[in-house]
Design a protein around this ligand. Structure first.
Ligand code: KQY
Length: 360
């Protein structure tokens, strides 16, 4: 039975949360210097979120003592086997069903592209995380039939989902997938009726265009889009194409979407020190000095009463904060230095997963 058949749907991220789930970083071929700087950044994110809602950190047996010692006492630490640390993608997308029952969509995971362009092998431990989270949370498990990741979707809680074609229709996820089949799967497993597609994600995003790095709903009918005004930058065309698509779309309630532009940070690149601090690997994560990172201010987490947003230590941080404060007047905007998370290929939204508050 699909979630939709059982009466389940994914609430929007701004609905009340029971708490937030994260995964402790440790793999040295993605996180420099044995993941120590990344652990400090994840700790800062967990500490910021835990001011507003409970946080559970999933940690390997190897790192349990270290994580427990470093994290604030208010963060619950539980043992979990994983291949890396992207709770948005390998965690379940929590759903709410009849009488406030908790459920979750478990998306088959292939490390963002499997053996054809994926970032590492094996990914079997990651693929079990969603199911284990639902065991721990006491939610009903719904295993989806097609590969996708939680960072590849956003919902508005009123029947609409936002997805990038570059990712959702990529043969490296589902070799024979059609648009119709992916849309039907998203309707059935997110409980939405309308899927709104944009073409491409942020250039250089190693997930093949996750929507959570490009755009998000900030409330029904309003989408925030990472925006670039430099014609020499590849994101210039991408952001214009996405805006055109979004403005031409109608959501599940028949509304035309309002698009708010979020200026992107100036281009950011791996330094030689940063690239050299990562263990060499035969896997797909190639990090070289001078390589551009897919930096975006849209990759933030909506917590109860707060927005936990990335900052990069650049002059664009303050204007980004102002945009968020304007869009979310009832929430405190807390910026966390996120370059170390960006070095691993994602940002704050990618490393967090909200569990909605339920009545059950
Ligand atoms: O964008 C995300 N949701 C995750 C990024 C994963 C990057 C892996 N190196």
């Amino acid at each position: 039975m699909t979630p939709r058949e059982a009466g389940f749907a994914m609430p929007p991220e701004w609905a009340a949360h029971e708490g937030c789930w994260m995964i402790w970083p440790e793999r040295p071929d993605n996180w420099r210097l044995g993941a120590k700087p990344a652990q400090a950044a994840f700790t800062a994110v967990a500490a910021a979120i835990s001011r507003f809602e409970p946080v559970t950190m999933m940690v390997s047996a190897r790192q349990f003592e270290n994580a427990r010692a470093v994290l604030p006492a208010s963060v619950r630490v539980v043992e979990m086997s994983t291949n890396d640390s992207w709770a948005r993608d390998v965690g379940c997308s929590f759903l709410v069903g009849p009488d406030g029952a908790l459920g979750g969509a478990d998306w088959p995971f292939n490390a963002w592209g499997g053996l054809e362009g994926g970032l590492y092998f094996p990914w079997d431990l990651d693929d079990l995380v969603a199911r284990k989270m639902l065991e721990l949370a006491g939610g009903r498990w719904f295993r989806a039939p097609l590969v996708i990741e939680g960072g590849a979707i956003h919902v508005d809680g009123e029947g609409s989902a936002l997805v990038c074609e570059e990712c959702g229709l990529n043969e490296n996820r589902n070799p024979t997938v059609t648009r119709a089949a992916m849309e039907e799967m998203l309707r059935a497993y997110l409980g939405v009726s309308t899927v709104i597609w944009v073409e491409r994600g942020v250039p250089g995003d190693e997930t093949n265009g996750h929507i959570d790095n490009l755009a998000c709903f900030v409330r029904p009918g309003v989408v925030l889009l990472s925006w670039c005004d430099d014609p020499a930058d590849p994101h210039y065309e991408v952001s214009r194409a996405a805006e055109a698509r979004l403005k031409a779309a109608f959501d599940a309630k028949g509304r035309a979407l309002e698009v708010v532009r979020m200026p992107m940070p100036a281009p950011m690149f791996y330094t030689a020190d940063e690239a050299n601090g990562i263990d060499a690997t035969a896997a797909g994560m190639n990090r070289a000095a001078g390589e551009r990172m897919a930096a975006s201010y849209v990759n933030f987490y909506i917590a109860n009463g707060a927005i936990i947003a990335p900052a990069f230590g650049t002059e664009t941080d303050a204007p980004a904060r102002d945009v968020l404060a304007r869009l979310f007047p009832d929430r405190e905007v807390v910026q966390v230095m996120a370059r170390e998370i960006l070095l691993g290929g994602g940002n704050i939204h990618c490393i967090t997963q909200q569990q909605p508050a339920t009545r059950a």
